[in-house]
Design a protein around this ligand. Structure first.
Ligand SMILES: Cc1cc2nc3c(=O)[nH]c(=O)nc-3n(C[C@H](O)[C@H](O)[C@H](O)COP(=O)(O)OP(=O)(O)OC[C@H]3O[C@@H](n4cnc5c(N)ncnc54)[C@H](O)[C@@H]3O)c2cc1C
Length: 480
């Protein structure tokens, strides 16, 4: 049974950072706002709640200056080249941080790296494993505070309310259909709708369609609440999708697929960028120098994502293995994760069921290319300039070698609904769709590209959450 309810100015789908920022901004401007959140618990699962909380743009702090930010974003998203979106992030980054501060966010310098100058407090990323990582930390607290300020501004937040279709009339979005548990499916009419439901990392069929033939071999590494509903609804209404084949994530130990004490940290990104990453046959298949997000994407693209290993020697494990927050050495072994060791590469290959001559040849080619300054001539080539959170390539000389089984941790999907700089959804001809907006991890065109460029999920969510609300407010004023 279906029914219609009276209309509001603005319906927001999804109570993560993008949705809550947008709903707050619109409610404070006097619009009637209803936010629909699929989760039914008080502390419903969302990536924003579980986030590490570092507000950065392409690994620069938001105070780096508009031009530096713009350049870094465009460089990171090589191949996407939507400079209007890069401009929006660069221009509004500092404004958004200030706005969040006025709405309950507390910031501190979360680490020695400059890009960590604005990290949500209380700090996350201080303990390994999922359970201790988030409760009472910055992201969790911020969602609570944004919910409270939304209610104080007169907005409504409905829990257990899953939106499933848009109401399109003559090409204009005029509302959204929602299913609340135990109630009849109903239409909420609205002058505008924002889709901010967190992408599709929690939808195995969509992950299989766009990212990996074997979604069951990827580690969840996030809330997994992005079910792809917004993307599917928008596409059915005629929206353009873009950049669907990339995700933000990290290189995790293979046992993280089953064991949540091994994700979100420790990650093996820095270790992978120092040694070589090989498939089950012992051959390199990724450009390790591009960093962990790109390597995780390459792992997910294998026929058998759980067949890959990072190969390092004890020297790399003692150096890169102990770098950055929550390093994998010695945490992984303390947490019960298997690491294979042998005095030489032949013994190592034999212990993991790999052809020793293939692995030895891969390591020999790599060592020779490194010594001769020819890493770019390897197949696949290896980027020499270390990415952020990567160290330079190091030789595999021993004594003592390690093979660590890997998996790709998928945190959120980078592609989705194409938007303009105001957050309006674009149709397949690239024109803004009346009444329909999208923000956060449900949108594409900002991150991804050939190098799986990572710009920053929290800023992407907050900037386009804020901008979409301001566009809706502007339209409401014009129509009044
Ligand atoms: C462990 C971890 C660490 C991270 N660290 C950082 C970091 O330090 N810096 C950074 O920039 N980013 C980080 N991120 C990424 C960042 O958290 C996300 O990119 C960002 O929070 C996305 O916000 P969002 O609002 O788009 O989606 P989400 O926060 O995922 O919110 C989407 C919401 O929509 C709801 N929903 C889904 N479907 C429906 C539906 N049909 N109807 C109604 N509601 C629906 C979901 O339940 C969810 O609550 C991290 C993420 C994780 C998991």
């Amino acid at each position: 049974m279906s029914s219609a309810t009276s209309g509001v100015d603005f319906v927001v789908v999804g109570g993560g950072l993008a949705g809550l920022v947008s709903a707050n901004r619109a409610a404070e401007a006097g619009l009637s706002v209803t936010l629909l959140e699929a989760g039914s618990e008080t502390r419903y699962a969302a990536n924003s709640r579980y986030a590490g909380g570092v507000l950065h743009l392409a690994f620069l702090d938001v105070s780096a200056g508009t031009e530096a930010l713009r350049r870094a974003i465009v460089d990171a998203s090589a191949g996407l080249r939507d400079e209007a979106l890069a401009d929006a992030l660069a221009v509004d980054g500092p404004r958004v941080v200030e706005w969040l501060g006025l709405h309950g966010a507390e910031f501190g310098k979360g680490g020695k790296y400059p890009f960590m100058a604005h990290m949500l407090k209380p700090f996350s990323l201080r303990e390994t494993g999922f359970q201790n990582h988030w409760r009472g930390k910055g992201g969790d607290l911020l969602l609570d505070r944004l919910e409270a300020s939304l209610l104080a501004a007169g907005g409504r937040l409905l829990r257990g309310a899953r939106a499933d279709a848009l109401e399109m009339i003559d090409g204009r979005c005029e509302g959204v259909w929602v299913q609340v548990a135990g109630e009849a499916r109903r239409l909420i009419s609205a002058r505008a709708v924002l889709l901010a439901d967190g992408g599709f990392s929690g939808n195995p069929d969509m992950v299989r369609q766009y990212i990996s033939r074997r979604p069951e071999q990827l580690c969840k590494r996030g809330a997994g609440t992005g079910m792809g509903d917004g993307i599917r609804m928008a596409q059915a209404a005629g929206a353009l999708l873009t950049g669907m084949d990339r995700f933000y994530g990290h290189v995790q130990h293979a046992q993280a697929v089953e064991d949540e004490s091994l994700w979100p940290y420790p990650v093996l990104d820095i270790v992978a960028s120092s040694g070589i990453v090989v498939d089950g046959a012992g051959r390199r298949f990724a450009d390790e120098g591009l960093g962990g997000v790109a390597v995780a994407n390459a792992i997910a693209g294998l026929d058998e994502p759980l067949s890959s290993f990072v190969i390092v020697d004890e020297t790399i494990w003692e150096n890169a293995g102990r770098a950055f927050l929550l390093p994998p050495n010695p945490a992984l072994e303390r947490l019960g994760a298997t690491i294979h060791r042998a005095p030489d590469l032949h013994g190592l290959a034999a212990s993991i069921g790999m052809d020793p001559s293939v692995l030895a040849a891969t390591a020999r080619d790599y060592n020779a290319a490194l010594a001769d300054g020819r890493l770019g001539a390897l197949s696949p080539p290896r980027t020499v300039k270390p990415a952020m959170l990567a160290t330079g390539a190091a030789p595999l000389t021993g004594p003592g070698f390690l093979a660590i089984p890997l998996c790709a941790g998928i945190t959120y999907t980078m592609g989705g609904i194409a938007i303009d700089a105001q957050g309006a959804a674009l149709d397949t001809d690239g024109r803004p769709m009346a009444g329909l907006y999208a923000a956060g991890a449900s949108t594409g065109g900002i991150e991804g590209g050939a190098n799986s460029g990572y710009v920053g999920g929290l800023m992407k969510a907050a900037v386009f959450g804020l901008r979409s609300a301001e566009a809706v407010i502007q339209n409401r004023l014009t129509q009044a």
